[in-house]
Design a protein around this ligand. Structure first.
Ligand SMILES: [Zn+2]
Length: 357
């Protein structure tokens, strides 16, 4: 049976085109006042939302951390303005804690992107490193307080104990977290108290304890309240119960591992960034035998390196993300996601160490 209307051929074609245009119109021109849906797992890359499959709180979201502001976030509000902040805090030397990526840009391109006018292809050309830090603050709220209110530093992402990712700036911005790599990198501060000489002092007694069943748990010191952790009544446990030792920059260090929630979120973010920025290879710096390089990369190697790396690969005076960090677990997990495709990931949603200018 023929379902086609008995119309002359040109009119049939026209009516097909009209229906197609109607559908296209629905897609590209929503009714004024329609709210664009958000899933709560998006990061912002040159003004575009990109899904990660894990919880992300943006700087413009309620409870977010906004590194575009010039005020201090946690001072008394009547003293938070830039002029008072500048007078009260020696470390605050500039109202903006970020500036413009300027790597390999022509004068024309500089003129185009000054003030923020990046497009994705240009940003993809400039960004080729993802730098991992531990924050030595213990929580993302405390980390933002140190960066924004005390140090005039910044970082694109903070990863809290419960696996919540906070984005503080669009990735088009040059955040101040990793000196010579700032113009080419995306940075993340992972909440963790950091690594210390094996026989030296450390703050572990204040931050870790055994619970009644003998399990190691994170104990946020009372002075930080609930730590600003987004997950209500969250109790964090390091992925391994005992502190981990290892050599970085030629020094033997000890550190508690990150939480399983942090690893899961970081795996998804790493896969996302590697996909969004083709020059960020899903790999870490390895020697000829395939082992993690455990000190700063020689300058020429650092210059040509494209991928995920630690702050310690960039500066000799840094050891983050520390000896406990599980490189193979993160990179392997991210590769699995990339290999299996990122589609469907979004549906899983809802579950003082820097001198960097
Ligand atoms: Zn660092």
């Amino acid at each position: 049976m023929n379902h086609r209307l008995n119309l002359p051929r040109p009119i049939q074609i026209l009516s097909v085109l009209a229906v197609a245009a109607l559908f296209a119109g629905c897609k590209t021109a929503p009714r004024p006042g329609t709210f664009a849906p958000r899933k709560g797992d998006e990061i912002v890359v040159a003004g575009q939302f990109v899904h990660t499959g894990t919880r992300v709180v943006l700087w413009m979201d309620p409870g977010g951390y906004d590194a575009y502001r010039v005020e201090r976030r946690f001072s008394p509000i009547e003293k938070s303005d830039w002029e008072t902040s500048q007078a009260e805090v020696r470390g605050l030397s500039s109202p903006n804690r970020y500036n413009m990526r300027n790597r390999d840009l022509s004068r024309e391109e500089v003129e185009r992107v000054r003030g923020g006018g990046w497009d994705l292809p240009l940003l993809q050309r400039v960004v080729d490193q993802f730098v991992l830090h531990f924050d030595v603050c213990g929580t993302s709220r405390q980390c933002f307080k140190v960066l924004q209110d005390g140090r005039a530093l910044s970082v694109h992402f903070m990863l809290d104990l419960d696996g919540t990712i906070y984005q503080t700036l669009d990735l088009k911005e040059r955040a101040w977290h990793a000196t010579s790599s700032n113009s080419r990198s995306v940075g993340i501060e992972i909440a963790n108290m950091g690594a210390y000489p094996v026989n030296g002092r450390n703050p572990f007694a204040d931050w870790y304890a055994k619970d009644s069943s003998g399990r190691t748990r994170i104990t946020i010191p009372a002075q930080y309240g609930d730590g600003g952790i987004r997950t209500k009544d969250f109790v964090g446990h390091p992925a391994r119960p005992e502190p981990v030792t290892g050599v970085l920059q030629g020094k033997e260090l000890i550190q508690y591992d990150f939480t399983p929630q942090q690893y899961q979120a970081l795996i998804k973010l790493t896969a996302t960034l590697s996909k969004a920025f083709p020059q960020i290879k899903c790999d870490y710096p390895k020697d000829a035998t395939g082992q993690l390089i455990r000190q700063k990369l020689p300058d020429a190697e650092l210059k040509s390196y494209q991928g995920v790396l630690g702050h310690f690969h960039i500066q000799t005076d840094k050891v983050d993300p520390g000896p406990a960090f599980q490189w193979d677990y993160v990179i392997g997990g991210a590769r699995k996601l990339l290999h299996g495709g990122l589609s469907g990931m979004a549906d899983e949603t809802s579950k003082g160490h820097m001198r960097a200018r």
